[in-house]
Design a protein around this ligand. Structure first.
Ligand code: A2P
Length: 357
């Protein structure tokens, strides 16, 4: 990496913001200065980073002066309000919200899949939705060998996807239920403790919710495969911070299961977890706090000779959000992309195989 940089975290007090702080320290990100931004509610509060107290500031017009990279994780409306101002002030924004993900001039990047897309940025790079990232790193190694025709995915999504307050709500509800009290739901629409419900994002005319359509559209964009057929059913489950996904893949030709296992074993960002003897496969409690997406139960689809089934668990706050954003920031430094000029990178082949994990 070429030089130390000034970084601002927008949404520093949130679940992803806190993880971003941990990862910056853990991965020894070459920081010169770190600015912590949140809403006026948190202004003046202190967060300890690297042994030093940093005062959280309310984001304002002057927040981005001198900042090289903004890691934004404060929701779509906050990103819409501030991202372009940050870019105008000279920063590159890595945005964790859905605000710009499908914009033609905004690359949507998973470093293990399409690092070359980062080089096309014009100031904003979008971090995909957690479910899309986790599925993408698991199935892209197979897609590279034989293009996937159709994906049928069901998700089991933790409370963390709805933020730190949803995680607290899940814990309080569990305690209340065990104490014989009526659980109260304020952040999520229904009690999540000892319950589950279809993802509550807005529904379209075809009956798909926004979260499901993110998996469809984002996977197509990240894979640069506009014709890829994806259908998803997204469900919120009473888990704190790791998502799980059951994935069915259809190919043109039969896909050898052993080859699929070997590909997952060697691919970046994923870890094969399968013990068929003892029926042990990825679980959210094992994925929590881990960087790789855990993949297992890879098997032939008995209903279709060109189908494969697999199961994954991944930490929604790490690879599903904060880690992917930090990897993009590392890529920007590694490939000298901290400029909005498209001519900054000429050697895509060198970018294509990152040693990021
Ligand atoms: P705050 O703590 O001041 O509300 P989570 O996804 O865990 O709920 O976190 C959301 C993050 O986004 C928090 O850091 C929150 O700050 C921040 N945030 C929410 N609304 C705004 C806003 N209007 N301006 C700046 N930051 C915001």
């Amino acid at each position: 990496m070429s030089r130390d940089v000034n970084v601002a975290i927008l949404g520093a007090t949130g679940a992803v913001g806190k993880e971003l702080l941990e990862l910056l320290a853990e991965r020894r990100f070459p920081l010169q200065e770190l600015k912590l931004l949140a809403s006026p509610r948190s202004a003046g509060s202190k967060i300890v980073f690297d042994g030093k107290e940093i005062i959280v500031e309310a984001v304002s017009d002057r927040s981005f002066e001198g900042v090289d990279i903004v890691l934004a994780s404060a929701g779509g409306s906050t990103s819409k309000a501030w991202a372009k101002k940050a870019v105008a002030a000279g920063a590159v924004v890595i945005d964790n919200s859905s605000a710009f993900r499908l914009d033609d001039d905004v690359p949507l990047v998973v470093p293990e899949i399409n690092p070359e897309a980062a080089a096309t940025h014009q100031g904003i790079i979008a971090n995909p939705n957690c479910t899309s990232i986790l599925m993408g790193v698991a199935i892209y190694p197979l897609h590279q060998i034989q293009p996937i025709k159709r994906v049928v995915v069901s998700t089991y999504q933790s409370a963390s996807g709805a933020g730190a307050r949803a995680m607290e709500e899940a814990k309080t509800q569990a305690k209340d239920i065990l104490d014989g009290k009526e659980p109260q739901a304020e952040i999520l629409p229904y009690p999540i403790a000892f319950n589950l419900f279809p993802h509550n994002s807005p529904l379209n005319d075809q009956g798909y919710c926004e979260e499901e359509m993110k998996m469809v559209n984002e996977t197509r964009k990240i894979f640069n495969a506009p014709e890829l057929n994806v259908t998803a059913t997204c469900v919120r489950v009473p888990i704190l911070r790791a998502h799980s996904e059951a994935i069915n893949l259809e190919f043109e030709q039969p896909f050898d299961v052993q080859q699929a296992r070997e590909l997952i074993e060697t691919a970046p960002g994923v870890k094969l977890v399968e013990d068929w003897q003892s029926n042990y496969f990825p679980m959210p409690i094992d994925a929590t706090g881990q960087d790789p997406v855990l993949v297992g139960r890879i098997r032939q689809d008995i209903s279709h000779n060109c189908g494969l089934e697999l199961w994954l668990c991944g930490d929604q706050i790490r690879k599903g959000a904060a880690l992917n954003a930090i990897q993009i920031a590392e890529l920007l430094l590694e490939k000298n992309l901290l400029t909005t000029s498209n001519s900054a990178v000429t050697d895509y082949s060198a970018v294509k195989k990152p040693s990021l994990l």
